[in-house]
Design a protein. Structure first.
Length: 103
């Protein structure tokens, strides 16, 4: 994953509302992360944009009246990692079973 920054001026909206900028990321991370975070009950809004096709940036917005946006982002990334780990483990298990010769 590329570098992470916050959009300037967001600090006036309180700790629950932030727009994070991911460098060198796109729809793959944006859509997966949005799907996870938007299901959290403490999230009022979650979405992302790719500001311009020639820029390799992802703007990711979280709004919550019940928690800090940075903590929600961290939880979302951790949950995404768990899902990816489970998917890889399941895939590797199935490939191993498939390759076992039948006698």
């Amino acid at each position: 994953m590329g570098a992470l920054a916050e959009v300037a001026g967001d600090e006036n909206n309180g700790e629950g509302s932030r727009t994070f900028v991911f460098q060198d990321e796109g729809h793959t991370l944006g859509n997966a992360l949005k799907t996870i975070i938007s299901r959290y009950p403490d999230v009022d809004f979650c979405g992302y944009t790719i500001p311009h096709p020639t820029e390799n940036k992802l703007h990711f917005r979280i709004q919550s009246s019940q928690g800090r946006a940075i903590d929600i982002l961290k939880r979302g990334l951790e949950d995404l990692e768990k899902i990816c780990d489970h998917t890889i483990d399941t895939f590797e298990k199935e490939v191993k079973q498939f390759k076992v010769p039948v006698t």
